[in-house]
Write a protein that binds this ligand. Structure first.
Ligand code: OVV
Length: 404
């Protein structure tokens, strides 16, 4: 290194990898190490954006919503320069003060009390579903369990029309694809998403919601003057966007982990009270459903000794951060004994997942139903991936079980 350059700030490492390419998305964990090793900040030349994949810088960016804003989109598109593909989310894609009003209102609808009230119903549905699958001995843990269970409870919880609910998964997949570039993966779901979008927008209207669901409660908040009627519709749209494909894959990834680590299933069964909740938390750390989100800088910022200009997009690798060896011992091991809290699978800071308690309760009642009925669970064939620009998703997971 020539003497004269010594005092210059370090250059941001430039990476050629495409984090939305099929090679990357088929096996993201194979690539994460090289992203983390590049340092706390790197440049992804294919997209002309910054990236971060270590736990500390990712957490720091998520917490600093003034510098790393969401109002210019949580995807690759900069809403200050490009028309969003749909009207922006009033939760995910806005900043304070608007965000705090909408989030405050939604926190009251999606509250722990509301979830606990539904727990007995969710538990009964989980028991009935698991009961039936156990008699089969072998089944597909994605198409017959992970995709089925949230559909049995979540649309009813929101109070959606019965007709057309199958659009929800299609829509969710499209929403999460749309955070990435307009690549082949996005295009593959785009046509089906058009019809699903029409159905979702229709389902969010007051006249199509039942009187007792969370959807109507958002309209009650509108009646109290906390938001407009139009805002209420779009807030309900958030429940439908973020509430299904996320929990489906959260459960899918959990079941995959348990099938892959039989000793962990045995440990969980040996002391369910101690491990049930920890098992789901660890599965979120080990295999984060939402792999990435973007932020945009609101000003010229300094980040780990680097200067980032205003208006830069930054891709935060949540799933890579959750396996950062700087933060966790043996990060690639699924180990339900560890303290997984501090993972960023639900994000961090003001935008941290609104539905996280729903996700936890769904997993909890499912495990509660499985533990006494299933002695062992193992893979009966290779799992199949469903590629998505943001989600780590499974298309199929053949499993075999031994009843208890
Ligand atoms: C966290 C998340 C993902 C996708 C969509 C939304 C939120 C939304 O608010 O629409």
């Amino acid at each position: 290194m020539p003497e004269v350059l010594k005092d210059h700030p370090p250059a941001v490492p430039t990476l050629a990898v495409d984090p939305f390419g099929e090679e990357f998305l088929s096996d993201p964990y194979r690539w994460h190490g090289s992203l983390r090793e590049a340092g706390p900040l790197f440049w992804l030349e294919k997209y002309g954006i910054y990236g971060s994949a270590q736990h500390e810088p990712v957490s720091r960016a998520l917490q600093d919503h003034r510098t790393f804003c969401s109002g210019r989109g949580a995807g690759l598109a900069d809403f200050a320069k490009e028309e969003p593909w749909r009207p922006p989310s009033l939760l995910l894609e806005v900043d304070p003060p608007l965000h705090d009003r909408t989030r405050g209102l939604m926190n009251k609808v999606v509250s722990l009390g509301a979830i606990k009230k539904l727990q007995p119903i969710w538990r009964a549905k989980a028991e009935a579903l698991v009961e039936e699958l156990v008699t089969r001995r072998s089944f597909d843990a994605v198409t017959e369990l992970a995709e089925v269970f949230p559909m049995l409870i979540f649309p009813d919880t929101v109070g959606l029309p019965l007709e057309g609910r199958e659009n929800l998964l299609v829509y969710g997949a499209a929403v999460f694809n749309a955070f990435g570039p307009r690549n082949a993966i996005y295009a593959a779901g785009a046509a089906a998403a058009q019809e699903a979008t029409i159905w979702v927008n229709h389902a969010c209207r007051r006249e199509n919601l039942d009187a007792y669901g969370w959807g109507m409660q958002v309209f009650h908040a509108a009646d109290e003057g906390e938001c407009s009627e139009e805002e209420a519709e779009r807030l309900i749209r958030s429940l439908l966007s973020a509430g299904l494909d996320t929990t489906v894959n959260g459960i899918g990834n959990l079941l995959y982990a348990l099938a892959l680590y039989p000793d962990q299933w045995a440990l969980l069964r040996s002391d369910p009270q101690a491990y049930r909740r920890k098992a789901y938390e660890e599965s979120l750390r080990w295999d984060s459903t939402v792999q990435t989100f973007f932020r945009t800088t609101t000003c010229d910022a300094e980040f780990y000794g680097h200067k980032i200009p205003e208006g830069s997009k930054m891709l935060l690798f949540l799933a890579a951060a959750n396996r950062d060896p700087r933060r966790w011992d043996r990060p690639d091991d699924f180990d339900i004994r560890r303290l997984a809290s501090g993972h960023v699978a639900f994000g961090f800071g003001i935008h941290q997942c609104l539905g996280q308690m729903v996700a936890r309760m769904e997993a909890d009642v499912l495990l509660e139903a499985m533990i006494p009925r299933i002695r062992a669970i193992s893979l009966a064939g290779p799992p199949e991936r469903r590629l998505n620009n943001s989600l780590h998703a499974l298309a199929a997971l053949p499993v075999e079980i031994i009843p208890a």
